[in-house]
Design a binder for this molecule. Structure first.
Ligand code: GDP
Length: 226
């Protein structure tokens, strides 16, 4: 039986935009009431199995677990990701204005072929919306990203966001079925090993200590001197 394709997804975006809530909603079909959620330390990792276009996919989805509050997201967090979900809060302009910074981090740390989706979360807060759908969609198009609005609270759009990224990844085989450098002409499908670069770089639960790599950001990344 074919082993599943391993896919590593990341959630990034400003603090409090709802990244952990989206992950909980997607993987555990759970929603923590607002007051409880803010008291809970972010989720940091979830594995989720799904089937896309007849292919079994094992998603490992990483959440920043609050690292972004200290501006210390490290290169190891980004390493090996095939998809990135960039989240802002439609009722918080600042979280939208911060997106160029998040995109420039991506430029530094992930390959250009990585699939990106921009998600405007908290769609249920329509009454206090500060970023229009059109604005979000236009920005996403400029940044070569998919786009969707969602609500972790009502569940609208959440599953779709994950599904869309994974579908796009599946349409981009170079992201998950790397051809071995030794056999460039054989169209190798990476059989015999779980394919996907995520496993080659520690995409398994507990195998990365996000904190220990803080100095790594300058050596492995694009020379960030922060
Ligand atoms: P993170 O810091 O980006 O991981 O954000 P959290 O998931 O911790 O959410 C921050 C706050 O926003 C919490 O109080 C959540 O309950 C709330 N929140 C998250 N998603 C939504 C949403 O879709 N709608 C509403 N109204 N609140 C949300």
């Amino acid at each position: 039986m074919a082993s599943p394709i391993n896919v590593k997804l990341l959630l990034i975006g400003n603090s409090s935009v709802g990244k952990s809530s989206m992950l909980l909603r997607f993987s555990d079909e759970q929603w923590l009431p607002e007051d409880e959620a803010s008291a809970t330390i972010g989720v940091d990792f979830r594995v989720h199995k799904m089937e896309v276009k007849g292919k079994k996919v094992k998603l490992s989805i990483w959440d920043t677990a609050g690292q972004e509050r200290f501006r210390t997201i490290t290169s190891s967090y980004y390493r090996g990701a095939q998809g990135v979900i960039l989240v802002y809060d439609v009722s918080n302009r600042e979280s939208f204005d911060a997106l160029p910074r998040w995109y420039s981090e991506l430029e530094t740390y992930v390959s250009p072929s990585v699939v990106k989706i921009l998600v405007g979360n908290k769609l249920d807060k329509e009454f206090s919306r500060q970023v229009s759908t059109t604005e979000g969609a236009e920005f996403a198009a400029r940044m070569n990203s998919l786009f969707l609005e969602a609500s972790a609270k009502t569940a609208v759009g959440v599953k779709e966001a994950f599904q869309e990224v994974v579908e796009k990844i599946m349409e981009t085989p170079e992201l998950w079925a790397p051809v071995s450098p030794a056999t460039p002409d054989k169209g190798g499908k990476g059989k015999g090993r779980p394919s996907g670069s995520s496993m080659a770089n520690g995409g398994m639960p507990g195998s990365i200590n996000l904190r220990q790599d803080s100095e790594d950001a300058s050596s492995a990344g694009g020379g960030c001197s922060c």
